[in-house]
Design a binder for this molecule. Structure first.
Ligand code: ADQ
Length: 743
């Protein structure tokens, strides 16, 4: 309706202006007509009274003539009559003749149609008719008509014209509003069906509405426009959010109104281990846990994970749940128990010997066994059952984590069709050729497409995924909106670069950088001014630890001045040690470190200090703060949180990050020294550069990197996914509502 007003108001104004402009013209025309009528009437009256008047004139009696005139002028229009003799003298007239009309000025009105406005009177029409007779004296008859009725009629005509135009405006407006309403409803229905992902862009295979194909380009443009507006408004909204645990909590309570949130991951965020009589709580070395823990704290949901600790069963309640974190419980872990066969087949076998090397380009061949696949399916089903039993509503938000649960999204959707499933794939996604070697590729893809939203760290991985689906499934891929539709179910494929919590917990930065430097040099038997590098990883072949050590060896070869003056502390958390490839890798790392140390150790300072053991986050941060450089040399890494943690640890704005170009993090941290880990010469140069970098340059680079990590923190990662999920839920809700209204 307001949009109709935008049309109607100008229309009324224009028509009113036209009416206003036309009024004088109409006035003039009607006046002309009336004057002509009065001319004719005057002539008629003159002819009618000419004879009796001439008779009276012959009598020469002025009083009788005036009486005659007075009688005739009782006609309401004929205002006055007068007679002027050709021989001169005063006018003989009726009583009503205005004083301005005198015999001496009659020439003025002799032309037909003349009229006057005598002072103090309304408009008068004056006609002068010569009287020529043989019997009576010659003279002129003066006929005066009252024209005030012309003014009255002119006013009425103007009013009539005005109302005519206003009526016209009302009719046009009414027609316009009716047409606009009809077409608006049509557009609205169109837009609603577009938002439902059907309507004008319906899959031809599913049957396009007849006659609508020609609108497809318009519909596409409209969809793109809506998306651009959404992105723009999201960017605007996000620009105003300071991403923190509180902001996340506000989103959960505001946008999602405290909806039921469930996280599913293989690894639990807290593991209870038995140490003699005591139970120890461990936090595993995992980027995923680092990222999701703050979110669960903020929303007090349920985290479903494999109960892998030796004391895990001892601490859970009847429903296999335990409240965590132990020091300040704010959410609960629901533990899922796996048999040894299940763990071997699902975790070590299919996930870590199959999917992990399949998705990482580290030149380790994947191994696929049908027995492992069967366990993978069974365990995914077990977790799906746990999700259904933990769901407090029929439409929970389920955050499915990683390559251990490729089948879970579809399984959840089958049992909870209204759930919003957000899956995040923490590792890279390969190109279609690489993925093709998986014998169950179609099942994996279909399982993942049970997600409402599917997230990767980089756009490159999103592209690879969409290409893979396009290659192997009969699904509709829309590269503009980055959505995939399989069996009528839509999945949005999105980039959500993961990060770390910002600011870091204060206890991580409690110990000063100077103390960290002094203490760790002392603890490792190194001189106080010894230069230190650090690497912190799971002992995984994708992390490029071997390549890192080769680069250190090359540095010492190329720049011998660092021999005995520089050591590299490698903190390597044991991981997947049940797998041959990992055992082989650990042996390789140990041997290489021993060989390099044998070659370059001086004054009791080995170039490589290898610590293959688990470290707590505080110890890790202490190393980050004590080091002159941190070296991340992954051969392929979805993101790599160690790089971001190192940056977060350096509130002194010192230290240099050397970062592999094959990490997702390299796309966000160009101020690091970016290297190709396979190129040991280049890496050696980067190490030398880092060790010789002036403090001012260190500060400049670190400041930029800290700014980025602060802004693009883990709360933003989770918040963006949750905001997208909220928007999706609102859209579904709206569509359902309009469906109900429309039915
Ligand atoms: P990960 O391969 O586990 O994660 P990463 O991102 O580097 O790799 O995270 C490792 C985490 O474990 C960090 O928080 C680190 O501090 C911690 N950690 C590593 N070694 C440790 C040790 N020896 N002792 C103690 N803590 C240690 C996967 C993907 C990554 C992706 C993350 C998050 O492989 O690419 O960044 O998930 O999505």
């Amino acid at each position: 309706m307001p949009s109709s007003l935008r049309f109607i108001v100008p229309l009324i104004l224009v028509l009113a202006a036209i009416a206003y402009a036309l009024a004088p013209l109409v006035d003039q025309q009607t006046l002309r007509w009336f004057v002509r009528d009065l001319d004719i009437r005057s002539a008629l009256i003159a002819n009618t009274i000419e004879e009796p008047l001439q008779e009276l004139l012959t009598t020469g009696k002025k009083a009788r003539i005036e009486g005659f005139f007075n009688r005739i002028t009782q006609d309401e229009r004929l205002y006055a009559l007068g007679y002027c003799s050709s021989s001169g003298g005063a006018m003989v007239s009726s009583r009503s003749l205005p004083a301005d009309v005198r015999c001496s000025v009659l020439e003025r009105w002799e032309a037909p149609g003349e009229h006057l406005l005598p002072s103090g009177k309304g408009p008068l029409h004056i006609a002068v008719k010569p009287l020529v007779s043989e019997v009576a004296p010659a003279g002129r008859l003066v006929l005066v008509h009252d024209m005030s009725f012309v003014v009255r009629r002119s006013e009425e005509t103007k009013r009539y014209v005005f109302f005519l135009f206003m009526g016209l405006a009302a009719v046009i407006s009414l027609i316009t509003v009716v047409i606009a309403q009809i077409s608006w409803r049509g557009w609205m229905n169109g837009v609603q069906s577009l938002l439902r992902g059907e309507g004008l862009l319906r899959n031809p295979a599913a049957g396009t509405q007849p006659g609508l194909t020609e609108f497809t380009p318009i519909a596409r443009d409209l969809q793109r426009l809506i998306r651009e507006l959404e992105t723009e408004s999201r960017a605007r909204d996000e620009g105003q959010i300071t991403w923190s645990a509180d902001a996340l909590r506000a989103i959960l309570h505001g946008e999602l109104r405290g909806d039921d949130v469930i996280v599913v991951s293989n690894r639990e965020p807290y593991i209870h281990q038995r140490r003699g009589d005591a139970i120890e709580v461990q936090r595993p070395a995992s980027g995923l846990v680092t990222a999701l823990e703050p979110i669960m704290r903020a929303c007090s949901g349920t985290w479903i994970a494999h109960g892998s600790g030796s004391a895990d069963r001892e601490v859970v309640d009847k429903k296999d749940c335990v409240a965590v974190p132990p020091e300040d419980p704010s959410y609960q872990i629901r533990r899922v128990w796996l048999t040894a066969e299940e763990e071997a087949g699902y975790y070590y076998g299919f996930a870590n010997e199959g999917m992990w090397p399949l998705c990482h380009i580290a030149h380790v061949r994947p191994t696929f066994r049908s027995g492992d696949w069967a366990q993978y399916v069974t365990v995914n089903r077990k977790f799906a059952k746990a999700v259904v039993s933990e769901a407090k509503t029929d439409a929970p938000i389920v955050l499915v984590q990683d390559y251990h649960f490729a089948l879970l999204p579809k399984m959840i959707r089958e049992q909870l069709p209204n759930a919003t499933v957000i899956s995040f794939w923490h590792i890279p996604w390969p190109n279609p050729e690489s993925f093709a070697i998986c014998p169950w590729r179609e099942e994996i893809l279909a399982g993942m497409l049970g997600s409402s939203i599917l997230g990767f760290h980089t756009q490159f991985h999103c592209n690879n995924f969409v290409d893979t689906v396009d290659r192997f499934l009969e699904a509709r891929v829309d590269r503009e909106s980055f959505t995939v539709s399989l069996g009528g179910k839509l999945t949005a494929v999105r980039r959500y670069p993961i990060s770390i919590a910002w600011p870091p917990e204060p206890e991580m930065l409690e110990k000063s950088v100077a103390d960290c430097r002094a203490d760790l040099r002392l603890a490792n038997d190194l001189p106080p001014d010894h230069r230190l590098g650090t690497g912190v990883d799971r002992l995984d072949y994708t992390k490029g630890i071997v390549e890192r050590f080769r680069a250190i060896e090359r540095l010492l070869e190329l720049k011998p001045e660092w021999v005995g003056r520089f050591s590299f502390v490698q903190i390597a958390a044991p991981t997947r040690s049940g797998i041959d490839e990992y055992q082989h890798h650990e042996a390789q790392v140990r041997t290489l470190a021993t060989r390099i140390n044998a070659r370059f150790a001086r004054n009791g300072s080995p170039p490589i200090v290898l610590k293959i053991e688990h470290h707590g986050p505080r110890e890790v941060y202490e190393y980050f703060r004590a080091a002159d450089l941190c070296f991340v040399s992954s051969l392929h890494d979805g993101m790599n949180l160690v790089a971001k943690e190192f940056v977060a640890a350096r509130d002194d704005e010192r230290g240099v990050l050397i970062l592999s170009e094959f990490t997702g993090a390299a796309r966000e941290l160009p101020e690091a020294l970016i290297v190709n880990p396979y190129d040991s010469d280049q890496c050696a140069v980067a190490l030398h550069l880092a060790l010789s970098m002036p403090e001012a340059e260190q500060r400049d680079r670190m400041r930029l990197m800290r700014g980025l990590v602060a802004e693009y923190n883990v709360f933003r990662w989770a918040g963006r996914m949750l905001l997208d999920a909220a928007a999706m839920r609102r859209r579904i809700h709206l569509t359902e509502k309009s469906g109900v209204l429309g039915s």
